[in-house]
Write a protein that binds this ligand. Sequence first.
Ligand code: SAM
Length: 280
Amino acid sequence: MATIDGLPPLREVIAAHGLSARKSLGQNFLLDLNLTARIARAAGDLTGADVLEVGPGPGGLTRGLLAEGARRVVAVEKDTRCMAPLAEIAAAYPGRLEVLNADALELDWAAHLTPPVKIAANLPYNVGTELLVRWLTPPDWPPLWQSLTLMFQREVADRIVAGPGSKTYGRLAVLAQWRATAKIVLTLPPEAFTPPPKIHSAVVHLEALPEPRFEADPKVLNRVVAAGFNQRRKMLRAALKGVAPDIEDRIVAAGLKPTDRAEQVPVEGFCALAREVAKG
Ligand code: SAM
């Protein structure tokens, strides 16, 4: 069957290269190129942008990103077995695909990219959340990336876009909504993947704001929010006990109540609290 880019269908690619999915690498592949093109379009206008793709696997989303006009794609994949199929894509798009056989958690990715930069990925969820937190907490803002378009388990996606008062509101929501806009742009059933996972998935699109909504030191904010939600049933005065001395006074100075629980505190409140904690 002909494909949009003249390359073989992904089922053939997987069979030809013996790419049996490995659970240890969180491999659930997207084989429908119409779907990967839709995800690529969710990343916005790619023309003139470098795209960092983490975990390209056999290259379904990579092909979508290139077909949608990305200036260049830098694809970081841990699994050496994927290098051959990715090299075939690179040959079909001369000068536009750089493949790095590396662990995304170890790589200095910025060194390989020229702004404007967009990031797109369909990753195992634990790697995805770890990278998301790192991408949201660099010391300086705006970051190198303009947008993140990331596949997560549906439940993780809900946690990123949740508002205060919701059961899923937590550290990911505060960090994401502090410095970016975040919305779910696509939900996918298990059958969209090979092999199908047990749960639904969703694509979250985040756009970096020109500056954070409220002033705060990212490290301090991350620490305060992690402590607050680590014991989300507890009141702030108990949950934050180890974070700084005189914590009740700081909570009050931040305009919050020591009896509040983290899940009621809006992003603005956490930022005010981080500023009080940073006073030393
Ligand atoms: N993007 C492909 C797709 O949509 O079909 C593959 C998605 S699969 C869910 C996740 C991919 O991430 C796999 O190819 C896996 O080998 C790769 N991966 C897992 N951990 C990684 C890491 N730490 N760094 C880079 N790639 C990783």
